[in-house]
Write a protein that binds this ligand. Structure first.
Ligand code: PLP
Length: 460
């Protein structure tokens, strides 16, 4: 199905193991076009997107208004990179971000990715407080750079890179007593936390958790850093997710959807006072930055994205469509033996799959993956979520499990998703799940699929 040159070049020069893994269950597609809520493969098949580039394409793919804004910015031959003084685009983005987040976020440090923006938050907190520790939550996901891996809340992704940054510690998400005990040591410059733990399986905080975290951070002199790389820019039904929680963090971290799904851009917002404490001296004013931070293209895209989210009321739409999606999923799937929970806020929704018996079946799945020698060493994933995402893809829906919990489907469409597409998604998922009453039945299908694909040499 896939253009052999694209697959071959990707497999030879980009990521050989990923390419083989795609062949293992039949997930391989070459993606050639994105338009609104739709993705197209090189065979011309259309898919409805319930992944949105892991939360990057909140506007939908290739929003025409964003294209126009980018074309307009480029046609004026702006200065993209100079660094010997301010440019209009960077100044305008700083002002626009500050206005969008409200007090006390007067300063925006612009970067090019989520991981960079989180590292900027850790740096500003360390430089301002003169402390070295960073506290984070078990299950958290903040990026794959060495700095952010140091606060990665799951062992699979951080293990190969140990030892990482020192003076970090993890507390369970939602546990106020553990947080109080850790912060009371007064060792921590920052407590870095996601308002909703997306990659841990779309985990919402217990009521009152962030009010307590706010109070404790203020009491013990730790900067409260909200990583809104995935929850920001309208995703959860307000422009920023902290606006649900009735508190204001000290540092707000954005990326992904900020560039409209087209241009890489991140931002780290804080108060003028915090920035002054960190970098407000001659020997420190240039302690943070990077060559392409604040380039005109990125800034123009971010400003246009915020304007489009506001003009099209996409946050409000996310709240409305999210309620519809959760209600419809519950109406269709509640009581199904393989559905363990449906939760979320706005258009960041998790459908937890599997049964208590799934764990035992994983060892059988392990044997199956060992029987695929040409794929190399792959540890066995929780297979229910993965298999359902394969079946969804075959039915024309792109949707993936969360990074840490592969039995939780992360349902995260562009905020422009329609009621009809939501109905299609719920019906498609319901129909697929109707075919299975147990994890063992899924395991059988996984085995049959792998055997048939093995015969074909894991071709796509
Ligand atoms: C909450 C959160 N923080 C940070 C990151 C890292 O962002 P990036 O991949 O742009 O480095 C991610 C990526 O998924 C994320 O979900």
């Amino acid at each position: 199905m896939a253009d052999p040159d694209v697959r071959g070049a990707y497999e030879r020069h980009v990521n050989p193991t990923f390419s083989k893994l795609l062949g293992l269950l039949g997930y391989g597609r070459v993606w050639v076009k994105g338009e609104g809520t739709r993705l197209y493969d090189d065979a011309g098949k259309s898919y409805v997107d319930f992944l949105a580039g892991f939360g990057a394409t909140n506007l939908g793919h290739n929003h025409p208004g964003l294209h126009r804004a980018i074309a307009d910015a480029l046609s004026a031959s702006p200065v993209h990179v100079c660094h010997t003084g301010p440019t209009p685009h960077e100044a305008a983005l700083g002002e626009r971000l500050s206005r969008s987040a409200g007090a006390p976020f007067e300063i925006a440090m612009v970067s090019s990715s989520g991981a960079e923006a989180v590292e900027a938050a850790i740096k500003v907190a360390r430089a301002a407080t003169r402390r070295t520790g960073t506290l984070y939550c078990k299950g958290g996901f903040h990026g794959l750079s060495l700095g952010t891996l140091s606060i990665m809340g799951a062992p699979r992704l951080r293990g190969p890179f140990e030892p990482l940054l020192g003076n970090t510690a993890a507390v369970p998400f939602g546990d106020v007593a553990a947080l109080r005990e850790a912060l009371a040591s007064k060792k921590f410059a920052a407590f870095v936390v996601e308002p909703i733990q997306a990659e841990a399986g779309v985990i919402l905080p217990p009521p009152g958790y962030f009010a307590a975290a706010r109070e404790l951070c203020s009491k013990f002199g730790t900067q409260l850093v909200f990583d809104e790389v995935q929850t920001g820019v309208g995703r959860t039904g307000t422009l920023y997710s902290f606006q649900h929680d009735g508190i204001t963090p000290d540092v707000l971290v954005l990326a992904k959807a900020l560039g409209g799904g087209i241009v890489p851009v991140g931002a780290t917002l804080c108060s003028r006072e915090l920035h002054q404490r960190a970098y407000g001296s001659l020997d420190r004013f240039d302690s943070h930055g990077s060559t392409f931070a604040g380039n005109a293209l990125a800034c123009a895209a971010a400003i246009a994205t915020l304007d489009i989210v506001e003009r099209e009321q996409l946050a409000e739409r996310a709240a409305r469509m999210g309620t519809l999606l959760v209600d419809s999923l519950r109406a269709r799937l509640d009581g199904h033996p393989l559905v363990r929970g449906i939760r979320g806020r706005g258009l960041l929704i998790g459908v937890e799959l599997g049964t208590a018996a799934t764990g035992a079946l994983r060892s059988v799945a392990a044997r199956l993956t060992e029987l695929a020698p040409s794929v190399g060493r792959l540890s066995p994933p929780p297979f229910v979520g993965q298999w359902i995402s394969v079946r969804l893809l075959e039915a024309g829906v792109v949707c993936q499990p969360t990074a840490h919990e592969w039995d939780v489907l992360k349902v995260e469409p562009p905020l422009t998703i329609s009621e009809a597409e939501i109905a299609t998604f719920v019906d498609t998922l319901g129909t697929i799940l109707d075919g299975y009453r147990s994890a063992a039945a899924i395991l059988k299908d996984v085995g049959v699929r792998m055997a048939s694909r093995g015969v074909k040499g894991w071709a796509w």
